[in-house]
Write a protein that binds this ligand. Sequence first.
Ligand SMILES: CC(C)(COP(=O)(O)OP(=O)(O)OC[C@H]1O[C@@H](n2cnc3c(N)ncnc32)[C@H](O)[C@@H]1OP(=O)(O)O)[C@@H](O)C(=O)NCCC(=O)NCCS
Length: 169
Amino acid sequence: MKDEIRTDIRPAVLKDAEQVFNLIRSHQEDLISRPIGDIIQNIDRFIVCEVEGRVVGCAAWHILPEIGEPERASVEIQSVAVDQAYRRHHIGTRIVSRILTDIRRFDPAQAIVLTFAPEFFTSLGFKVIPKTQVMHKLYMGCINCTKHANPFTCPEIAMALDFRKPSYP
Ligand SMILES: CC(C)(COP(=O)(O)OP(=O)(O)OC[C@H]1O[C@@H](n2cnc3c(N)ncnc32)[C@H](O)[C@@H]1OP(=O)(O)O)[C@@H](O)C(=O)NCCC(=O)NCCS
């Protein structure tokens, strides 16, 4: 960690919704924007980082079902953003680690992410996987993407953290 900053990593509450909305919207190059209504409806799936009363980081999760094999469901990590001024203080690491701990109660097979920040997710133990392994995500998320016509030519990288591996605590 560079300098010490007083950070509070915590579950989001409704009053955070507008700041979360603005944080996600300010990263349109890297993240799919989310309507405020979607953020409010899913506020219980967001973890935020607060510094001096301001939300400077957020991330959320979402279950991707495997129909017929519910125990093989994946959890997608979404909407990961840290305000530019607070980067490289391990805030992103602490937010996503909190989500990875919280979602273990559902005993999912893996966490997955589609990302332009592979180094960040590698540092959390994620490995690059072929996009063909996340077809459910492509159908549910990429189908509404307005940036790329084809998810296989989109430069986002698919990554997974396998919870079934004995090496994972
Ligand atoms: C990706 C992002 C969330 C990282 O947040 P952060 O709080 O700065 O990340 P951390 O400080 O926790 O970084 C942890 C490790 O990830 C790696 N890392 C993070 N950002 C990196 C970068 N820009 N380049 C290379 N490695 C990086 C490093 O190994 C880092 O450890 P170190 O600083 O001790 O070397 C932030 O850069 C961001 O908001 N980016 C724009 C939105 C985005 O791309 N989100 C991910 C899409 S799902």
